[in-house]
Design a protein around this ligand. Structure first.
Ligand code: G4P
Length: 530
């Protein structure tokens, strides 16, 4: 094994999650700015172009019926090599969004200070909790009128069930926003919107007790209020404990304004300090340490039809240990084949860069001739490592699907099965029949369009879809459960997945509770096994 521990240890790989419009893109751009990946002029001008490029790409993807790309951005800052995994939001929310979180070692949650915790954040957050990865909260848009700070923290604690520890504290908001108080350094960092996009506010290092200086800097009223709030906070909030943060039980909270570039660099510095190096990952053979092992990786996303002319697919993998070198041979464990990975590349929002090497923590995309599945492991030819599969996430929209031309049954089954294998949709059948009736489940409704489009264009099959009222799906965990004897509510439907695993569909969460009550010992899960 080579000596690449240092390269691995300086890597930080995180996902950035938020409800649409909370400011994820803006915050990411500011990170890149500090990393020198874009210069300022480029960022202001480039913002529109970059957005344009990305949304164009999404339009094309949509038209071609491809699931929407999550991009990976890599940049250097302060000696760290940082990988940001962007999780697509908006209407293109799909199972891929969840899977992306499986490839990250921590998550940054961006919250709009005037909105608090919103639906999409809640969903993504659940996945982070399941993985027990550290979560850092950036409360954004303090330059606009914000909710009460204590209420915002309360909201996070109640809605998401995680303790909060503010690392800094906002002084006012909107027109009255004066900056933040850094609890660690015990000084006030003043805000000035004349510094839009250029640099952070100046740290004045005024102790709270220095009434005169503080009043001079932020005004008497704000100073009084700040002192009161900090006193209250010191008595009420959780103590900072790095272990708790790294175990995903406590989220450090930061306040700022990504748009006016305030609080971003402070956040980035603390974040890099507190987050983890690439985490070890569980395999069937035991826990694989990223530094002590040679190359291994797992596939977390497959993107079909990046180039329609070639019907190509790109498999995205997260390197879990060691170093990847484009010239080396690797074992595809599930396919039991030794091969060279073809066209390894780093995929940004709108560009691709061919890679020659990469390290644990990095994400690479490779050309997939149709052999990889989500959750597959790659490792050194002489090794046999098999990482635990990626769970299947509960779809929230369901439809019954039929082909229009009954003569095309074969193509229909082939197409829909292949698309399901890529992970864009999930398919289910009536639990006591075969493929006569197919129920499709998706995480985001856009995937229905994707399915229709792809079946028509790639498999030449026209389909009819009938929406079903179900909103919840649960995997039956009990090994010995006989679905026939299970008594649920009248609106419940019993189905099975491609592997024959039993599942239940429900119209509302009340029915789930009823069914659990009526069947003692029944164990239902929101996540399935791939
Ligand atoms: P997203 O990726 O989470 O969806 O959010 P994005 O960064 O695109 O931000 C959504 C909107 O909120 C954008 O405005 C953006 O400029 C604005 N925004 C982001 N951070 C802040 C902040 O700290 N303060 C304020 N006041 N606004 C912020 P837009 O009008 O939708 O787009 P644009 O025309 O500005 O590009």
């Amino acid at each position: 094994m080579g000596n690449y521990a240092d390269e691995i240890k300086r890597r930080r790989t995180f996902a950035i999650i938020s409800h649409p419009d909370a400011g994820k893109t803006t915050l990411t751009e500011k990170f890149l700015l500090y990393g020198g990946a874009i210069n300022l002029a480029g960022s202001v001008k480039g913002k529109a172009t970059a957005r344009h490029a990305v949304s164009d790409w999404m339009e094309i993807e949509k038209e071609r019926g491809i699931s929407v790309t999550s991009s990976v951005l890599q940049f250097e800052y302060g000696g760290f090599c940082i990988n940001i995994l962007d999780t697509p939001g908006h209407q293109d929310f799909s199972e891929d969004t969840y899977r992306t979180l499986m490839a990250a070692d921590s998550a940054v949650m961006v919250i709009d200070a005037s909105k608090g915790v919103e639906a999409q954040t809640r969903k993504l957050f659940k996945v982070c909790v399941m993985r027990k990865i550290p979560i850092f909260t950036f409360i954004n848009k303090l330059d606009r009128d914000a909710n009460d700070t204590f209420e915002l923290l309360d909201d996070i604690e109640k809605e998401l069930g995680i303790a909060t520890c503010p690392v800094n504290w906002p002084i006012g908001s909107g027109k009255a926003f004066k900056g933040v108080y850094d609890r660690n350094r015990q000084c006030v960092v003043t805000y000035s919107d004349t510094q839009k996009g250029t640099k952070e506010g100046q740290a004045l290092a005024i102790p709270l007790t220095d009434q005169e200086a503080l009043s001079a800097a932020i005004g008497e009223e704000a100073a009084d209020r700040l002192r009161d709030e900090i006193e209250l906070l010191d008595g009420a909030s959780a103590e900072f404990d790095l272990k708790e943060v790294q175990g995903g039980n406590l989220t450090p909270v930061f306040f700022g304004s990504a748009l006016t570039n305030f609080g971003v660099e402070i956040f980035l510095k603390y974040f890099l300090d507190m987050t983890t190096t690439p985490l070890p990952r569980k395999a069937e053979e035991g826990v694989i340490d990223p530094v002590l092992n040679d190359f291994s990786a797992f596939v977390f996303k497959i993107q079909a039809n990046m180039n329609k002319a070639h019907r190509d697919r790109v498999a995205f993998m997260r390197i879990c240990s060691g170093k990847f070198d484009a010239s080396m041979e690797v074992r595809h464990v599930q396919g039991d084949k030794v091969m060279r990975l073809s066209q390894p590349q780093q995929i940004m929002a709108d560009e691709r860069k061919i890679l020659t090497e990469a390290y644990a923590g990095d994400i690479i995309g490779v050309f997939d001739p149709g052999i990889f599945s989500i959750g597959d492991t790659l490792c050194m030819p002489k090794q046999h490592i098999q990482y635990e599969g990626i769970p299947t996430f509960a779809p929230e929209h369901f439809a019954r699907v039929r082909q229009v031309d009954t003569m095309k049954r074969k193509q229909f089954i082939k197409g829909i099965t292949q698309i399901a294998q890529e992970g864009a949709i999930q398919i289910f059948q009536e639990f006591n029949t075969g493929m006569e009736e197919i129920i499709v489940g998706v995480v985001g409704v856009l995937q229905f369009d994707v399915l229709k489009y792809r079946l028509e264009n790639e498999y030449n099959v026209e389909i009819k879809m009938e929406n079903l009222p179900y909103e919840h799906i649960r995997w039956v965990e009990n090994q010995d459960m006989d679905l026939k004897s299970l008594t649920g509510t009248s609106d419940m439907k019993k189905v099975k997945d491609l592997k024959g695993n039993p599942l239940l569909l429900f119209v509302n969460s009340w029915s789930i509770g009823m069914t659990l009550d009526r069947n003692k010992g029944l164990i239902l899960s929101e996540f399935g096994k791939n």
